[in-house]
Design a protein around this ligand. Structure first.
Ligand code: ZN
Length: 547
């Protein structure tokens, strides 16, 4: 009796396994080289997606035998990675630039800036002429520009041109007059630069540009929507399925939420909170918020300015200007009050710190609130120049560095002038920072750098700019491995916003965000990586970009 039922059971199993209908899913991708970026960094060939999530990951035969889908993608052996995440950028600001500011990045002279402005002005009729991205370090004399030339070409026009790092600007005479800046040299947290005759040159460093900025008309809501969608289009084409916007007020976070709910904005966004009362009073009592595409988990602060405009706060004076060592931007009370409020309400604090004095200040500030060995993931944004004695505090207090690999290779040509050859050893020290916690966050700070995460990968691994300079790489002891560079633009930025359980790797149960490239960046030659292109990008299993 028992023997018969066992045989029956075997026959039953044989029949059912042959005939059992395949499990219906929405999408199958097979014949791929899938870098899952799971904890074992395993490689697979295929996956199945249902309801926007990965439901199976494995070899092609297994997946094709078990699942059926109307949408079947044969990857033709191409490499697939988790959707890229930019751990620190200005998504909305980038969109605003796309629709309103003349692009000045890469201008090789101030004359070229003028030419680009003329072109922009001829197609955008407006009271204000706005531009962004100039960098005097790319010009022959490397001197800050003077607004006299603007006056020559655009007499009487209100013009405001933001430097590449966002920490200095050139304003025209009319703009300065409208803002009431005549001869004041210092504004709290900033500097108005003067000519030899005592008149303002138009250069405004750090917070000195605020009186001018306050006059520029805000974008209307339809313009803001246009900006967000423009930013989304260009980010999708580079394989980004998620971004962390480093500082937004409540009104803009609400607009993003609305557009996501309406379905037009599909980009996943973590919004760091601007530290204004309206924004903090709204979010602090609620605690961190997580939805499918929008999350809020941190407050964004600024400790100092940037190196290019000598606003970064240094322990010793600038190598090329002994009278300056940068400055702290706000009072101790301000920083401590925000940290306390964030800590008590379960938020992260993410503070911009470039100079070694700023990094030391923020490490000490955080250590007043964080116990040693904690999981609060408070971050230092940029962590650009760190004194050798201070690295260990990142590990001791589990403070997570949020770096930009492309900053290293954009700045390396002129930064030795600013800080000399000794301090440079602790600058852009990405592997040393990685050693402290075993992970870090990478991003671009776009629009300061190009939005392309493959440039981040390339800079992180080869420590060269996109022209392949320098041939031997910049401070190669701080290059990241290819696997870590990939983690730094996928799973680690997800950890940086407490979302590693829902995205950042190709694993069952996680959001089906994935990117297919024409080049396998984990093995390809160096020169092929810089030219690699995105073929497809999916967010929650929906193809949002196809080449
Ligand atoms: Zn930033």
């Amino acid at each position: 009796m028992r023997a018969i039922s066992l045989i029956n059971l075997i026959i039953f199993l044989m029949i059912t396994s042959c005939d059992s209908p395949k499990i219906k899913v929405d999408l199958i991708v097979h014949n791929a080289k899938v870098y899952t970026v799971d904890s074992a960094f395993s490689k697979q060939q295929a996956f199945a997606v249902a309801d926007g999530k990965f439901v199976a990951v494995g070899n092609s035969v297994e997946i094709l035998n078990t699942y059926a889908a109307d949408q079947l993608i044969d990857a033709d052996g191409k490499a697939i990675y988790p959707g890229f995440i930019d751990g620190h950028c200005h998504f909305m600001g980038y969109g605003e630039n796309l629709i309103r500011y003349a692009e000045l990045a890469g201008s090789k002279s101030f004359g070229e800036v003028i030419e680009r402005l003329k072109l922009h002005d001829s197609v955008n009729e407006s009271e204000w002429l706005l531009g962004r991205g100039w960098d005097q370090n790319l010009w022959q004399d490397k001197q800050f520009p003077d607004n006299a030339l603007l006056e020559e070409h655009f007499p009487g026009k209100k013009i405001f041109l933001i430097r590449i790092d966002g920490h200095a600007a050139l304003a025209s005479k009319a703009a300065l007059e409208a803002a009431g800046i005549a001869g004041k040299t210092t504004i709290e947290g900033g500097e108005v630069q003067l000519r030899k005759d005592g008149s303002p040159s138009g250069i405004l460093v750090d917070k000195a540009d605020e009186p001018v900025k306050a006059l520029i008309p805000l974008l209307t809501e339809p313009e803001q929507i246009k900006a967000l969608l423009a930013a989304q289009d260009s980010c999708f084409s580079k394989g980004l399925s998620g971004v962390v916007d480093a500082g937004l007020p409540l009104s803009k976070i609400r607009l993003i939420d609305r557009l996501q709910k309406e379905g037009s904005l599909k980009m996943k966004i973590n919004a760091m909170l601007d530290p204004d009362d309206i924004t903090l009073d709204y979010f602090m009592p609620k605690g961190p918020q997580f939805s499918e595409r929008l999350s809020v988990s941190a407050v964004k602060l600024y400790a100092d300015g940037a190196l290019g405009s000598r606003g970064a706060w240094l322990l010793e004076p600038y190598h090329d200007d002994q009278h300056k060592s940068g400055m702290k931007l706000f009072s101790d009370d301000f920083y401590e009050n925000i940290c306390k409020r964030a800590y008590d309400n379960g938020f992260q604090v993410n503070t911009h710190a470039i100079g070694d004095a700023a990094n030391r200040y923020v490490l000490n500030l955080y250590s007043k609130f964080l116990p040693e060995h904690n999981n609060r993931r408070w971050r230092i944004e940029h962590a650009q120049i760190v004194h050798p004695d201070d690295f260990e505090m990142f590990g001791r207090y589990n403070i997570i560095p949020s770096i930009q690999s492309t900053h290293a290779t954009s700045d390396m040509l002129w930064v030795p002038d600013r800080i000399g050859n000794e301090r440079i050893k602790g600058a852009y020290a990405q592997q040393m920072l990685l050693n402290e916690n075993g992970w870090l966050i990478n991003g671009t700070d776009f629009p300061i750098e190009d939005i392309d995460p493959l440039k981040t990968f390339y800079s992180a691994v080869f420590r060269k700019n996109s022209q392949g300079i320098p041939a031997e790489g910049f401070q190669m002891e701080n290059a990241l491995s290819r696997a870590d560079a990939l983690r730094s633009i996928t799973i680690w930025p997800a950890m940086g916003i407490f979302e590693e359980n829902v995205k950042g790797s190709i694993e069952i149960g996680k959001a089906a965000d994935f990117v297919m490239l024409d080049t396998d960046i984990l093995v390809a030659d160096e020169d092929q990586i810089i030219d690699a292109k995105v073929i497809k990008l999916a967010v929650f299993g929906e193809l949002v970009y196809e080449k």
